[in-house]
Design a protein. Sequence first.
Length: 244
Amino acid sequence: MKSGKMLITAGSTLVFVLLLFVGFQWWAPSLSAESLTKEEVNQTAQEKYPGTILKTTKSEGEEYRIEMQLETGVYQIRMDAKNGEVRSLKKESIVHAAEETENIPQKQLTQKEIMARISSQGDLEQIDFVQEKDNPFYKAVVNKNDEKITLILDPYTGAIVDSKMVADSIISEKEAITIAEKHVKGTGDDTEFYQPPDQAPYYLIEVELEDDRDAVVQVDGYTKEVKTITWEDDEENDNDGPEN
């Protein structure tokens, strides 16, 4: 009887030891996990989001906050300090980003560094540094898909503050009429200009021929190419299509 009690006691002790061991194996990794270093967090962030890290800080809640310049703007990334998982990704407004960096001495980027940051925006045609009172900026002109675009860039972060199409790269109405007249050998009678969103601007020129036929010629506002020709006296309104 006594030996039976001893066996039960020994068995209970063994089960307790096993449970304690399994529990320790379960909890040990989380207890021993160390926070990632600033360098490791920055590397993880750049692997996920190719861009330039502007600032990295660690908060009390085992979290890193990374300010990062991407092609589409400046973003605030909150990342878990233990495993590097991204908790949130939020785009900052230009005003907010400027306010945060107002009191922090910053090094102005060189023209070469700015050129590297906008290389994906198109072929660079011109870049200048403009000192306008207390608001310096870089002004660059790029050519993308036969469109000239002016970029205004922050000289400290390289962020694109403004982007707009260069108006003077569009051919004049007079030039478009001349192109249409030569193409169908007639006299320009009426002209309309169109600039639809996400498309190249173009002119529609009505040209009167000597045989009293009328043609509407579409001329690309940038490339000067004749895109289509529609004969108004054609019942089916067929287009000749772009010339080869």
